[in-house]
Design a protein around this ligand. Structure first.
Ligand code: PLP
Length: 338
């Protein structure tokens, strides 16, 4: 294992030894290539630079207490990238190719997979970009799919805890019929202004209502929202949010744990009635929301300064499955290194 101070890692970039790449030319995917170069040589008129033909994914590899290394629901990330590709007219990366490249890049960089005790993990970042030149607004003919990895620290440094969020009304990350359900860079560019302001004001993240009516809950920055009341896990149904794999997993776990699940529009008014609320995604699993401020109306929604009982149970169960300490009865994990 590399000599890295694992416990002081943050969610930042650290160079590793290898990345893997595959090129799409003449209507087909080529062979997987291994590279040690952190840079790409790109045509200055590449469509990813001008017209946003760029999509990415995010998942993690976990070094588990049994010594194995597991990745979580990798086929779901492949499927989401395929959906994103259809959304912005790029060729789909077949699931087999995606999975093979994930396995390869994790195995090649195994010395960078943090030890279990550190709470850190190996973040896996697949990236698909249009590389050939276009000046007119048109999809590229050629594409590069690459995956790099980087060790990242635990999301909660001082243990699982609740954080404040702020509702933004003057910035939309995505339009109702836009690209919100795809994982494309443009959505993140649109969110940067609100995200920076939220951080400057001391919030964990910005919180979006639906772009059209500003009446329904959409997303918590780069994470999905869920609320809990009356033994029910409730999460928004919206055309402009990213279908989170963590949220999908939590819905199944909630049912397994014996609580009801509802996926439906959540009006802002309803927030008052939730006993617990949280943001969910690969980075945090669950980031419980302590309070949510609506600066425009002055309203504050309080969910408690400590993680609630269901949020804690859901968090521990999902982490247990990811780390191989709780039975993976849905077959979500894949052992990459025995
Ligand atoms: C906008 C947005 N929503 C939700 C999520 C959570 O998705 P997942 O659980 O698949 O990481 C992410 C992170 O990938 C995201 O960027």
């Amino acid at each position: 294992m590399k000599n890295i101070e694992w416990s002081s890692l943050t969610f930042g970039y650290m160079a590793t030894d290898y990345n893997v790449r595959c090129y799409y030319r003449n209507g087909k995917w080529g062979e997987i290539e291994v590279s040690s170069d952190e840079y790409l040589k790109l045509h200055m008129a590449a469509t990813c630079l001008h017209y946003g033909q760029e999509a990415f994914e995010g998942l993690k590899a976990y070094r588990c207490p049994d010594g194995k290394v597991r990745v979580f629901r990798v086929e779901e990330n492949a499927a989401r990238l395929q959906n994103t590709s259809r959304g912005i007219v790029m060729p789909e990366v077949p699931t087999d190719l995606f999975v093979e490249m994930v396995k390869k890049v994790v195995r090649l960089n195994q010395e960078f997979i943090p030890p279990y005790e550190s709470g850190a993990s190996l973040y896996i970042r697949p990236l698909l970009i249009g590389t050939s030149a276009q000046v007119g607004v048109r999809p590229a003919e050629e594409y590069c799919f690459l995956i790099f990895v980087t060790p990242v620290g635990p999301y909660f440094k001082g243990g699982f805890c609740a954080n404040p969020y702020v509702i933004v009304r003057d910035v939309d990350r995505a339009a109702p019929l836009g690209t919100g359900m795809y994982k494309v860079g443009g959505n993140y560019a649109a969110s940067l202004r609100a995200n920076r302001r939220a951080h400057e004001q001391g919030y964990a993240s910005e919180f979006y209502l639906d772009a059209k009516e500003k009446k329904y809950v959409d997303e918590c920055g780069a994470a999905n929202f869920f609320g809990i009341k009356n033994n029910t896990y409730i999460t928004p149904k919206s055309s402009s949010i990213l279908p989170s794999i963590t949220n999908k997993s939590l819905m199944t776990i909630a049912e397994d744990l014996g609580i009801k699940v509802e996926r439906r529009p959540i009006s802002e008014d309803e927030l008052d009635s939730f006993e617990e609320a949280g943001a969910c995604g690969t980075a945090a699993v669950i980031s419980p929301i302590s309070h949510l401020d609506d600066m425009t109306t002055g309203k504050v929604y309080n969910f408690g300064d400590k993680p609630g009982p269901w949020s804690t149970k859901l968090y521990e169960t999902l982490r247990g499955i990811q780390y191989g300490t709780i039975e993976d009865k849905h077959g979500w994990t894949m052992v990459v290194i025995e």
